[in-house]
Write a protein that binds this ligand. Sequence first.
Ligand SMILES: Nc1ncnc2c1ncn2[C@@H]1O[C@H](COP(=O)(O)OP(=O)(O)OP(=O)(O)O)[C@@H](O)[C@H]1O
Ligand SMILES: [Mg+2]
Length: 376
Amino acid sequence: MILNTLKLINYRNYSKQTVEFCDNINILIGNNAQGKTNILEAVYVLAFTKSHRVVGDTNLIMKNEEFCKINGTITIDNIKSSLEFFLSDNIKKVSIDGVNINKFMDYVSKFKIVIFSPDDLEIIKSSPSIRRKFLNTEISQLDKVYLYNLNDYNKYIKVRNEFLKKMYKKNKSNDLYLSILNEKIIEKAIYIYKKRFEFIEDLNKIISLIYCDITGDKDLSLKYEHKLGINKFNEEKIKKILNKKFEDNYERDMLTFSTNFGPHKDDFSFYLNDNDLKIFGSQGQHRSAVLSLKLSEIEIFKNKIKDTPILLLDDVFSELDDIKKNNIVKYLKNDIQTIITTTDINEISESLIDNAYVYEIFNGKLERKKNDGRKK
Ligand SMILES: Nc1ncnc2c1ncn2[C@@H]1O[C@H](COP(=O)(O)OP(=O)(O)OP(=O)(O)O)[C@@H](O)[C@H]1O
Ligand SMILES: [Mg+2]
């Protein structure tokens, strides 16, 4: 998958900008606050219809303007498509080749992306909801059915919780309706568990190798924390466990108006030699682990969907020592289109700069350099 061209109108600090990307490495250099991350964010928004940085669409539109537009030409299997994202105060819409797509669920996951941004360190450090968001975003890109199931699951959970509240307030019970809802929820939950088991298993096949290549340390692994009490996906077993959990938690669910068990409570952790990285890992270890996670995903994309996503690396090299920087380079020289931002071209290995498109960014304007950014 290739992003050929990106066009921005009134997007953050870009009033009008066109960027041509090459099929391999694209480097965006600029001082702080000039608009590097804004470019990566625009690519992300074009793929997911929302930003990776902020919740809600506030501030995507340039100050004092009424709308913003992102247009991208992408190539998948030699076929070009034009994607467009439009946002104004009261309208948000997306289109593919000029045809409006009403449901965003039908739009996302056409254009596939793996992003590494400084905020991604939160995947290790922050609350389980951040890790679930990561699982959901990434698995949805690999499997659209997952996204539809997840959406249905969340809807049913909401209906169930509201129903519990109603019953509690009326001091009544309607076990038949609740059991119908439980059945629907369990059906969707099984699919979600299945895909999460599979995804984490696939990541575990490669993450340790990549982490070792980058850092020299062995045995990084992910541990899926689902509280099902099983090690492998088994549909029948999970069905039984969920039925039992719903039964056992009935009173608690009723009192809290919430569903206290299910994939919406899932989590996962990073272990380095049996030690939880969240608790004992250094900043650099967190960075290398998350980067290994993202690079592992690329391998999964290649295997599962026979295509490469676009790799967006925001300020990836800062805070890593030279050895690790050099070790990462080998992964970036693969046949994958990459957009890298940096404040300092000297942070980027010379071998990456050869054949790369290098852009300098200053105050919301990009200018292409002829690969001559590096100070000798
Ligand atoms: N809605 C907006 N309208 C106009 N300018 C905006 C808007 N949103 C953000 N900006 C500006 O965009 C700039 C930040 O851009 P960006 O986050 O891309 O910086 P950066 O080059 O990645 O910097 P750093 O190296 O610090 O990460 C800031 O100058 C900010 O004021
Ligand atoms: Mg930035």
